[in-house]
Design a protein around this ligand. Structure first.
Ligand SMILES: *Cc1c(COP(=O)(O)O)cnc(C)c1O
Length: 229
């Protein structure tokens, strides 16, 4: 089982990075990003110990995971890709967390669509030049945080970002540091700190740096499932 082997290798690297940076392994969730891969791969990752899954498209994620979480205690599906307003209802029903909350007009729409459930959300911050999505700067972020906290159907859980795609590790690190700093500011302005405890950062190419900078949720696709077709 190649996927289980991949997971074991990543697990080893996570533990090494934790040891190097004085972090506890239990603070960090390893998400399997299964976009463009079939449900059979998801099954294998589940067997390999992954409980949290990420999909970047609403319809693909909703269809693939239909029924998957029934009887699988602890299974979670998060949306990590851009959400169109007209898919907010589908997303609110099919996903356990929306990590890609990146515009104010999406906040009200999602809140309206939550349909009786309290939907965990992460605010996405733009921290690297190449990425197109996310709130830009702390002022925008604070304003979004205040808005999201005003809806009882949404539960802010923390922040998400994508570092720039570059070989320059210092730029990647700067991007993660910006997210960690934004988290500290949010904790101060909008307590309690639990609202902001999740730092979703780090992908296949940069998760060790993310761990060093405080990540609590790693979004790993290709290093678990192989290259996407
Ligand atoms: C695809 C994707 C990932 C996973 O990327 P890999 O480099 O394959 O690990 C993580 N986060 C987001 C937002 C993605 O779109």
């Amino acid at each position: 089982m190649l996927i289980a082997e991949n997971i074991a290798k990543i697990e080893e690297r996570i533990q090494k990075a934790c040891a190097v940076s004085g972090r506890k392994r239990e603070e960090i969730t390893l998400m399997g990003v299964s976009k463009f891969h079939p449900i059979e791969f998801v099954e294998e990752a589940w067997q390999g110990g992954i409980r949290c899954f990420g999909e970047s498209r609403v319809r693909e994620g909703a269809e693939k995971f239909e029924g998957f979480r029934e009887g699988r205690s602890g299974a979670e599906l998060h949306l990590i890709g851009t959400l169109q307003r007209n898919k907010a209802k589908t997303a609110a029903v099919a996903f356990d967390c929306i990590q890609s909350l990146d515009r104010e007009n999406l906040i009200g729409e999602l809140a309206k669509c939550a349909g009786g459930k309290v939907l965990p959300v992460l605010l996405e911050l733009h921290t690297g030049e190449e990425s197109k999505s996310g709130f830009v700067g702390l002022d925008e972020l604070f304003s979004a945080a205040e808005l999201a906290l005003g809806f009882s159907s949404l539960r802010p859980r923390g922040l998400m970002t994508m570092a720039p795609f570059t070989a320059d590790t210092e730029r990647i690190r700067a991007s993660f540091r910006l997210l960690a700093k934004a988290q500290k500011e949010l904790e101060r302005r909008f307590p309690p700190a639990e609202n902001w405890s999740c730092l979703s950062m780090g992908m296949s190419g940069d998760f060790e740096i993310a761990i060093q900078e405080g990540a609590t949720l790693l979004r790993i696709g290709s290093a678990i499932f192989g290259e996407r077709l």
